[in-house]
Ligand binder design. Sequence first.
Ligand code: ZN
Length: 523
Amino acid sequence: MDKRKRKDETRIVVSVFFGLLILLFIGIYTGRKGIENKSPDSMEVADTKTQTVLSEQNTSVLRQDTEEESNTLKQDTEEESNTLKQDTEEKNGTLEQDTEVKTETKQQDKEDDAHRLEIIKQAEVLAASYDYDGSIALLKSLEGYETDEEIMSQIQEIKSLQDSCVPVNMEEVVHVFYHSLVVDPVRAFANQNTDPQAAGNNQWMTTVTEFEKIIQEMYDSGYVIVGIHDLIDAATDEAGNAVYQPARLMLPPGKRAYVLSQDDLSYYHCYDNYGYASKLIVDENNKPVCEYIQEDGTTVTGAYDVVPLLDAFIEEHPDASYRGAKGIIALTGYNGILGYRTDISYTDVNNPNLYQDKKNWILDHPDFDIERERAEAKKVADAMKEDGWEFASHTWGHIKIGEVSLERLMSDTQKWRENVEPIVGPVDTIIFAHGQDLGDWGPYSSYDEKYQYLRGEGYNIFCNVDSNLYRTYFGKDYLRQGRVNLDGLTLYGNAVGERDNLSELFDASSVLDPLRPPVLPLQ
Ligand SMILES: [Zn+2]
């Protein structure tokens, strides 16, 4: 384009030059003719004029030429400069883009690595808690796992662990239970000779240090916590009726399954000032923790009872629990649950039948709002369920199932349904209070009215208290399980050699809290 332009210009210059030359000759010729007629002066003047004109024309053409060349050069330079600038800008842009792409790729790689490591970690926890299928499925969710040697060998390892598992003997699943743990044995057991509450604390309660030693010793011996529902293989027959069979629960050789429960987790008014936690709350991570009122009246939060202590232990030892199972919390309702005064009876201080401790509590809490109280309790119950805890009825009024009338059982069950179930959700398990039961060990009589009533209310799992380590009975469509009380009476009796029913689980004498005074025999 530029070259063509320059050629055209050259052509113009040459044409003008020859044109002028022709004019010059014509001029000379005309001049000669004129000389013949004019004076030499006039000839000179004319000549000079022509020369000046020519010279001017030449100069003008030259100037134009120079200007045009200069302009072309300038344009060229500008264009080249622009092209260079554009090139540089484009190169810089490409570089920047390259760098951005590289940074993004690196970031993505980093994220992929972090995700892979997180999945590996989660898979390890699942495998440790005996959920081998879940663990393998998680590892296989990683993109390109088939070519990842580390992942493939991890899967292989999990498969061989799974293959080595043996079925749990359902006849040998122990069920242990606790009440709220004693945080301060000095306050709990003082004056037990004169204070019936202190005597009861010493007989029925376990201390925090005893509980910690027991779960550690049982873990060291290979005991694994399982959920009570893990024991049942529930199916339906042709007629659509439920059929319970013992589940085929698989654990590595040497491991033994056990169920754990905790009764009366209400922080009853009668526990006040005896060195127990006062309520369960959720912390900033939505995990249950206890509030505990110290002797000087100040309140602290932390792991002061079974729930947060066991949560922490299983967090540290995932193989202490079968697939994250925790325990069953057996709740009454008459003093509320989990430390919250959620029962409707707290809304009527003028009720002449209201116990004095409830009246005192209502008078001490003029800002009491039952809906708020229930909402707070529900927050804790939801967090516990999320963490593997289950709930059961312990009857609303801690009634003696063997002695009460059917009518009393019915009204009590309805109170539980109205005051406790909305907070913890529907349950199918009833853990009888006072260690009583509907009948002797073995199948329940289907003619028993209380049994019929409870079945109709949705209860299929029934637990009592039994000093035998192993008590599991599968009815056609229900389960019964006896529970061993790991309380002061049993621990002390085993530690001093008056009883011997715990040696398979742990060494009672090494577990017994040195701050526990001798446990008085039952009156
Ligand atoms: Zn109880």
